[in-house]
Design a protein around this ligand. Structure first.
Ligand SMILES: C[S@@+](CC[C@H](N)C(=O)[O-])C[C@H]1O[C@@H](n2cnc3c(N)ncnc32)[C@H](O)[C@@H]1O
Length: 478
């Protein structure tokens, strides 16, 4: 197809083609990925455009040859995608670039695609340009992008909490010691108690399926303490070729009765995700009075197949639940066939993690299908002292070590606040006063064991040992 035919077919949306042509004729050498990102246009569209242009090649780079440029005389320099570019401080961008470069690598099964350092910085700047931040709290609903770190660097007055399923990311954020609170969560199973009603603002870059967006935004809403003035910021984008997909996602937002206060087009840029032009819009969503009943009635139904790729994606189907063999549980946790063991009580995985089971049980069978690996140690710890068997997954469960009585007590009281059980343990074993004991306990222990990142759980026994000897937890790296 000729360039004129492509322009004609694109109609008013043809500005993006002309923008690509203006880049390719500016004398510089361009990779396909950079043209995709710069124009926020899908790879397929850019490839079709490139086939219609007389390009010269050098390594992985292309451009329109100098002598041909006069035939493509177009200049499109302005863009409406950047309301905060004038505020960007390049030294913060470099700092973020370093942090992102050293961060744990993305996992496609969790729909990780890194946002660019500029994007993360601009998200933080937009928060400050649009909202009054002193005294405010931000909840990052998933944070592989490290938006939390950019916000702490640029707006240290904001209290920031991150919830994420990926223990590596939580450990990395803790390592930076920038004052971010981290909590483990599988959002399909719920938001940790300490994150509920925590924030004034929530920000999320969720898996880009209607259920993924609906679920992460609903969890962000559950994380708000200010139900009148709070906002949820959402990064979401689709290819310019698939408006129906974007419409489905917008329906998921409408189902939550959210007001769309703003959509900044192409605000977020990524390394990768070329199918959607390596770009996503930034939504500012405001809850209405109708939002809260909608969240309550929908959130559990959304928690199904949320990912775009991998074994847990919308397209993969669930295998049949496994056989119990000769195990005779007195409690079934998770999804089991209806006719299995009539009379034996059942609990959903989300309820199991959210609160201690009321009755005494001694043998628990948990069905944890593939994709719930990160939740496994937590599902087992939630059983407290009961015997547990896990079915439905091939992976083994690694539990944190419990060499001493206090650590054992903390982990077997897994739904209780770690700091409380720890304090009681120090008081009982060392005869300290409550205040003396409290002074020996690090701030991160203000969560339940089920919410703590894995590295905190693995280090727990060492930290407990230290607290037996030491009076000041601040004197150590924790
Ligand atoms: C879905 S990814 C989206 C892409 C984004 N640009 C990124 O790479 O971070 C966003 C974050 O959500 C986290 N996440 C994915 N599935 C989750 C789940 N079920 N519960 C909690 N967090 C989850 C990921 O670990 C990641 O940090």
């Amino acid at each position: 197809m000729s360039i004129d035919e492509l322009y004609a077919r694109a109609g008013v949306d043809g500005w993006r083609l002309r923008k690509a042509v203006s880049l390719l004729s500016d004398g510089r050498w361009w990779t396909l990925a950079d043209v995709v990102r710069e124009t926020a246009t899908s790879r397929r569209t850019i490839e079709a455009l490139m086939r219609a242009l007389p390009l010269e090649h050098r390594d992985q780079h292309v451009r329109i040859p100098t002598e041909q440029v006069k035939h493509y005389n177009i200049s499109i320099s302005s863009s409406i995608s950047d309301p905060v570019s004038h505020l960007v401080d390049t030294s913060v961008v470099s700092r973020l670039a370093e942090l992102i470069a050293k961060a744990p690598r993305g996992r496609s099964a969790l729909d990780h695609v890194s946002a660019t350092p500029e994007t993360v910085v601009r998200r933080a700047l937009l928060l400050g340009a649009r909202f009054w931040l002193p005294g405010s709290r931000l909840l990052c609903v998933g944070d592989h992008d490290l938006t939390s770190l950019a916000v702490r660097l640029i707006h240290p007055e904001v209290e920031v909490m991150v919830v994420d399923i990926d223990d590596r990311i939580l450990a990395y954020i803790d390592e930076q010691d920038l004052g971010v609170t981290t909590r483990w969560a599988d959002l399909r199973l719920g938001l940790p108690a300490s994150a509920r009603g925590f924030a004034d603002l929530a920000i999320t870059d969720p898996p880009y399926t209607p259920d993924g967006v609906g679920l992460f935004v609903a969890r962000g809403l559950e994380g708000l303490r200010d139900r009148d003035e709070g906002r949820v910021l959402l990064a979401y984008g689709a290819s310019e070729r698939t408006p129906m997909l974007a419409l489905k996602v917008q329906h998921a937002l409408a189902d939550l009765q959210l007001l769309n206060e703003a959509i900044y087009p192409d605000f977020n840029r990524y390394d990768g995700a070329e199918a959607i032009g390596s770009a996503a819009d930034l939504y500012v969503l405001r809850p209405t009075t109708k939002t809260w009943p909608a969240v309550a009635s929908r959130v559990d139904r959304l928690a199904t197949a949320i990912y775009t790729q991998g074994p847990q994606s919308v397209e993969s189907s669930e295998a049949a639940p496994p056989d119990l063999g000769d195990y005779a549980p007195d409690l079934l946790v998770g999804d089991w066939p209806r006719d299995l063991l009539p009379g034996v009580p059942r609990v959903r995985l989300s309820t199991w993690l959210a609160k201690p089971y009321a009755a005494h049980v001694s043998r628990v069978a948990i069905h944890a299908p593939a994709g719930l690996e990160a939740a496994l140690p937590r599902l087992v710890l939630a059983a407290r002292d009961a015997e547990v068997r896990v079915f439905g997954t091939a992976s083994s469960v690694r539990l944190p070590p419990t060499p001493d009585a206090i650590t054992k007590r903390i982990l077997s009281n897994s739904h209780g606040k770690v700091a409380n059980t720890w304090r009681e343990g120090l008081v009982a074993e060392l005869g300290l006063t409550k205040n003396q004991a409290r002074a020996r306990i690090p701030a991160w222990a203000g969560a339940t064991a089920l919410e703590l990142p894995m590295h905190r759980l693995t280090e727990l026994a060492t930290e407990v040992a230290r607290s037996r000897e030491d009076e000041d937890p601040g004197a150590h790296e924790v």
